[in-house]
Design a binder for this molecule. Structure first.
Ligand code: URC
Length: 297
């Protein structure tokens, strides 16, 4: 029985990279977590310990820091494309590169009523993400966000569900709905104003969450993804994952009090996990756009 080496890739995961622009008294900051992974003819490294084709993960990390200086850090999608194009284009054995980036946003501290030049506070709540894959099939960019914690205190129902002998959940037409949203959207172009599209996709998803009279989190996700695709021709696919952060009305009757959706037990686990892919029919193929490395994005 033959034993063979299957799929493989290697790289440096989670290089924490902060780029400060200090050319004027008013500094700028970009705060990233960068993963690189290379794909190609690396079987000899696994099968025979032959490193002749192996660009060290240490070098991959160094390249990210060097590019942050020489090319700067604008949109993370642009930074990821620059790195991926370099590895595939300039490092000969490499046939594919996957770059995953998280970005943590900072906002200027307000000191004595004015924005400070070089002090910031971590801005919440969400982490922006990008996953760039460059290989023989082309250039694939997936934008995204995660940990966008969002809650509505009404406008959410859950009723009419299937019941069996284990079902105890009561039906409700007025509940709290909350999640920590993870969203990813696959572009079909690289000629994109990344920052503007990011802001608009987030705006649309928040609007749908807020305004839909939701019959379930599943329905909310469908409306969010559909609205993004309707507004953005350059996006082919939206993938959403939403933990249902349950808020259970606390039973205050032992203390002689009623509780008309005013006091809740915010359970951290278990949580429902609702996931969906919303697609544009006939869109360009995804290639390896969704083949993860560290899974940051
Ligand atoms: O929006 C919801 N979807 C479900 O599938 C589900 N299941 C559950 O127990 N509560 C909820 N809420």
């Amino acid at each position: 029985m033959a034993i063979i080496l299957g799929d493989n890739q290697y790289g440096k995961a989670e290089s924490r990279l902060v780029r400060i622009y200090r050319d004027s008294p008013r500094h700028e900051i970009r705060d990233l977590n960068v993963t690189t992974a290379l794909r190609g003819p690396f079987e000899p490294a696994y099968l025979a310990g032959d490193q002749s084709n192996v660009l060290p993960t240490d070098t991959q990390k160094n390249t990210a820091y060097a590019f942050a200086k020489s090319k700067g850090v604008e949109a993370i999608e642009t930074f990821g494309l620059e790195l991926a194009r370099h590895f595939v284009g300039d490092v000969s054995p490499v046939t594919g590169a996957r770059i995953e980036i998280e970005e943590y946003a900072w906002e200027r501290a307000v000191v004595n009523g004015a924005e400070h030049d070089h002090t910031w506070l971590r801005k919440g709540p969400e982490i922006r993400t990008a996953a760039i894959t460059v290989d023989a099939s082309g250039e694939h960019v997936v934008g995204g966000l995660k940990e966008l914690v969002i809650l509505k205190s009404t406008g959410s129902e859950f009723a009419g569900f299937l019941k069996d002998e284990y079902t105890t959940l009561g039906e409700t037409n007025d509940r709290v709905m909350a999640t920590a949203l993870k969203a990813q959207w696959r572009f079909t172009s690289t000629a994109v104003d990344w920052d503007a599209v990011y802001a608009d996709v987030k705006r649309i998803m928040v609007r749908e969450f807020a305004t839909l009279q939701s019959l379930a989190l599943q329905q909310t996700l469908w409306h969010m993804g559909k609205a993004v695709l309707e507004a953005h021709d350059e996006i082919a696919e939206v993938r959403l994952a939403a933990p249902n952060k349950h808020h259970f009305a606390y039973d205050l009757s032992p203390y002689g009090m009623d509780n008309p959706n005013e006091v809740f037990w915010a359970a951290d686990r278990p949580y429902g996990l609702i996931e969906a892919q919303i697609l544009r029919e006939g869109a360009a193929p995804a290639g390896d756009a969704w083949r993860v490395s560290a899974g940051l994005a």
